[in-house]
Design a protein around this ligand. Structure first.
Ligand SMILES: NC(=O)c1ccc[n+]([C@@H]2O[C@H](COP(=O)([O-])OP(=O)(O)OC[C@H]3O[C@@H](n4cnc5c(N)ncnc54)[C@H](O)[C@@H]3O)[C@@H](O)[C@H]2O)c1
Length: 258
């Protein structure tokens, strides 16, 4: 339990697939802080697992199916969130997808369709979520997304997902500019490597994780709790003057030149 009170705040968290999902750690920490949480999940396959995760919570968490590849699904999901929660203060976007064959080999071989899918699901979805979600944020709010340092540097293997993350980080700045006057803040967390369903499919992920630990100033990898704590800060009043930022939670790896 951290000394931040989110009682009365309403959040929707996109991107919980299982207990290892970064989105699940963020949902748990926001819930511990007193927020009411709706969990948006991709499809029926993951629903029963999420039901088990939220079962210990004393309040009922609305579970909302939403495949973000279609705007109609996003609009419908926020319709359900509005009905269930009466409004929103926090949106967490923790979603990414690229075809497995585009997460290895040479970037130059990325096909047009694979490029489109990666950018659509991993980057455009934030625009769609912000467009349909922010009308529920009538009292202001905070939107947080998840990115990776491959947006800023070449990470062979990460390939088109790096391109998608670069687009996502640019969206964070543009959405912050659009929404700031409504007191809605938009920020990204650039997390170091964490063992999840998504990272498992990245070729050379194990090497990347080992090198992060060896070469980062703090000489270790991050924990998912450290990402969740930063999300809690970005979703709370403690960060009331912070928007359009990319906050690195990577034990400092990104500051190293050698
Ligand atoms: N794991 C890492 O090392 C790491 C590091 C930095 C950033 N991130 C980012 O964190 C975010 C969460 O990833 P994770 O590592 O927790 O893995 P994860 O696999 O648990 O989460 C990815 C989520 O994206 C969802 N998703 C994919 N396609 C979707 C669609 N069409 N509609 C709706 N949802 C869809 C999946 O259902 C899943 O819940 C991603 O944006 C990822 O790029 C991960």
């Amino acid at each position: 339990m951290y000394p931040i009170d989110l009682a009365g705040k309403r959040a929707i968290v996109f991107g919980v697939a299982n207990q290892r999902s970064i989105a699940w750690s963020i949902a748990s920490v926001l819930h511990q802080a007193g927020a009411t949480i709706a969990v948006a999940y991709q499809n029926e396959r993951v629903r029963s697992g999420i039901e088990r995760l939220v079962a210990p919570w004393e309040d009922d968490a609305p579970l909302i199916e939403c495949d973000v590849s279609d705007d109609a699904n996003v609009e419908a999901a926020f319709g359900q969130a509005g009905d269930a929660l009466g409004g929103l203060d926090v949106i967490v976007h923790s979603i990414a997808f690229a075809n497995r064959e585009d997460l290895g080999g040479r970037f130059i071989d990325t096909g047009r369709e694979g490029f489109r899918i990666a950018l659509d699901i991993s980057a455009y979805s934030l625009v769609s979520i912000a467009r349909y979600g922010t009308p529920l944020m009538t009292g202001g709010g905070s939107i947080v997304t998840l990115t990776f340092q491959a947006a800023e540097r070449a990470f062979p293997g990460y390939n088109v997902m790096g391109t998608a993350k670069a687009a996502l980080e640019n969206e964070v700045r543009l959405l912050a500019a659009d929404l700031g006057a409504d007191n809605i803040r938009v920020n990204a967390i650039s997390a170091g490597p964490l063992d999840t369903l998504s990272s498992r499919v990245i070729r050379h992920y194990r090497d990347m994780k080992r090198i992060h630990a060896e070469r980062s100033p703090m000489r270790r990898n991050i924990t998912v709790d450290e990402v969740a704590k930063t999300a809690l800060y970005l979703c709370s009043d403690l960060s009331s003057g912070v928007t359009g930022e990319v906050v690195h939670v990577d034990t400092g790896y990104n500051v190293m030149g050698i």
